[in-house]
Design a binder for this molecule. Sequence first.
Ligand SMILES: *Cc1c(COP(=O)(O)O)cnc(C)c1O
Length: 225
Amino acid sequence: MQNSTELESNFKRIRSLIPENVQLVAVSKTHPAEMIQSAYDLGQRVFGENKVQELLAKQPVLPRDIAWHLIGHLQTNKVKYIAGFIDTVQSVDSAKILHEINKQAEKHNRTIKVLLQIKIAAEDTKFGLHKDEAEILFQQYLAGDFPHVQITGLMGMATFTEDRETVKKEFSTLKNIFDEFSMHRQLQTLSMGMSDDFQLAIECGANSVRIGSALFGKRNYGTSF
Ligand SMILES: *Cc1c(COP(=O)(O)O)cnc(C)c1O
C-alpha cells in the first residue's frame, strides 16, 4: 500500500491531466478508510465503490459530505442499505434495478441520481444495457416513470485490451449514444475512462472519469478494509 505522500503526488498529477470541467471519481475499493480520508483532505469529494458491504463499512466513519458513487453491479436486495445516502448509482444495468432504486429513494424521501450503464465492450462478462434497452428506460423516465430517480447520464467500460483503436471505437460509440439521448433531454454526465485509458476517454468526450489504481496504487484484494 502506498503512503499519503505518493497519494498527494498522484492526485496532483491526475488532476493536472484532467480538464477543470471533468469530474474525477476516486475509486477507493479495497483501500482503507484512512486512505480515503487522506484524499478527502487533499480536496477530493467524490468516491466510487463497487461493493455494497464495503461501502457500508466505510461510509459511517468518513465525512458526511462525500458524494458516494456505486460503480459496480448492484443487486436488487441491497439497494435498501444504500438508498439513504448514495449520491449516484453509475451502474444501472436493468429495468429491475432502476425500479428498485426509485422505490427505495421514495421511502427515504430522496431523489437518487443514476447513470445508465451501457454495454460497449466486446467481452460478454461486462454488465450493461444494450442501447435499445437503455432507450426504452430513458423514454419511460421522460414520460414520468421513476419520479425518485434522476437519470443524469451514461456510463460504460471499454474492453480490457492494449488495442487503443478498439477502446477508442467503444468510447466513441458511447459518446454517440449520449448525444442521441441528449436530443430528447440533455444529459450531464458521460462516465468513461479508468486509470489506463482516461485521457483517451476524455478525448472521446468523457466528462467524468473513474480512477482507482493510478491514484491509490495497486489493489490488494486480500486486504480487508
Ligand atoms: C475498479 C473500477 C474502476 C477503476 O479502475 P482502475 O483501473 O483502478 O482505475 C473504474 N470503474 C469501475 C466500474 C471499476 O470497477
